[in-house]
Design a protein around this ligand. Structure first.
Ligand code: PBG
Length: 332
């Protein structure tokens, strides 16, 4: 890039000298329209339970969901993402609880769609909250079986869509699942249901606190490297995303966020498709603990979220959604 002019005629600090001009000059901005709020649900009644590994994040029983949904509505969060903490006695090798129309996710969708019809609902398609081994798929002969897992995932997706879920988000990283889910949705007269594919989902250490939040960390013995992507790769992300677009993905997700900004930018340049990014639990906990311990200031949250916008993300799944939405509504 050719740089015009030189010092002292050019002084870039002139456009930084006061808040008002910095506002006018800003190339990227964050609004509540960019935020997706993840919500953890648990069984039982009358409980709002803190999650040790994620300061400020809670698990809600269904009768208490109102507390967080009211805030989401007040601050005009466009969409929430539901994650269940399945009781141990409902987990098994095949994750069959995923297909129970009275499971935590399904019951929550019904409630939310009835009481908060204006809020979009997104649900993960993956078996890890339901399997006794904590994996996203099922084992056959000691290996995660891609095609047999897909058969279950398709059923899970159809069930969630029938219950009223607006955005089906396969986060399992099996091959070919987007095409199979799209086909099944269309066949079931669910043509308007969106698919948000976790296309480039890396096998990451940053998911640690989430696994605590959904209770899969103790059961998970091995890693997820046979299906989630190797963090050494970026070309592979192109292939994953190109395939998912072909199979019918409406939106693609890149996950985690902060350590994959290069992937977001490259994919945005290459494909004309909305990209969502997931600021995952580990990113959240590091920043939240840094703030709690006075190591960094609260503005770090905003800085991290703007970095996703700068990289090219359309929207961000973040556990900071409510906090930031509240702040955005009080500034300006
Ligand atoms: C699994 C799933 C994971 C997250 C969302 N869906 C974790 C995993 O792959 O083990 C992680 C989210 C986070 O860390 O915040 N289907």
């Amino acid at each position: 890039m050719k740089i015009d002019g030189k010092f002292p005629n050019v002084r870039l600090r002139r456009v930084r000298n006061s808040p008002w001009i910095r506002k006018l000059i800003s190339e990227n901005n964050l609004s509540v329209n960019d935020l997706i709020l993840p919500i953890f649900i648990r069984d039982g009644k009358n409980k709002v339970e803190s999650i040790k590994s994620m300061p400020g994040v809670y698990r809600y029983t269904i009768d208490k969901l109102n507390i967080i949904l009211k805030k989401a509505k007040k601050y005009k969060i466009p969409m929430i993402a539901l994650f269940p903490y399945t009781p141990k006695n409902k987990k098994n090798k095949l994750g069959t609880e995923a297909l129970n129309k009275n499971n935590l996710v399904c019951k929550s969708i019904t409630l939310i769609k009835k009481k908060y019809p204006g809020i979009g609902v997104m649900c993960d398609v993956a078996l890890d909250p339901y399997t006794s081994h904590g994996h996203d798929g099922i084992f056959i002969n000691g290996k995660i079986d891609n095609d047999k897992t897909n058969e279950i995932l398709v059923k899970q997706a159809i069930l969630q869509a029938k219950m009223g879920c607006d955005v089906i988000a396969p986060s399992d990283m099996m091959d070919g699942r987007v095409g199979k889910i799209r086909k099944a949705l269309d066949k079931n007269n669910l043509k308007d249901i969106c698919i948000l594919s976790y296309s480039a989902k890396y096998a990451s250490s940053f998911y640690g606190p989430f696994r605590d939040a959904v209770g899969s960390n103790k059961s998970l013995k091995s890693d997820k490297k046979t299906y989630q992507m190797d963090y050494k790769n970026s070309n592979e992300a192109y292939r994953e995303i190109a395939l998912d677009i072909k199979e019918g993905a409406d939106i693609v997700m890149i996950k985690p966020g902060l350590v994959y900004l290069d992937i977001i930018r490259n994919i945005k340049n290459k494909f004309r498709i909305p990209i969502f990014v997931y600021q995952v639990s580990g990113e959240y906990s590091i920043i939240a603990n840094g703030i709690k311990n006075n190591l960094i200031s609260k503005e770090a949250i905003y800085e991290s979220l703007i970095s996703f916008k700068r990289a090219g993300a359309s929207a961000i799944v973040t556990y900071f959604a409510l906090e930031i939405a509240k702040e955005l509504s009080s500034s300006n």
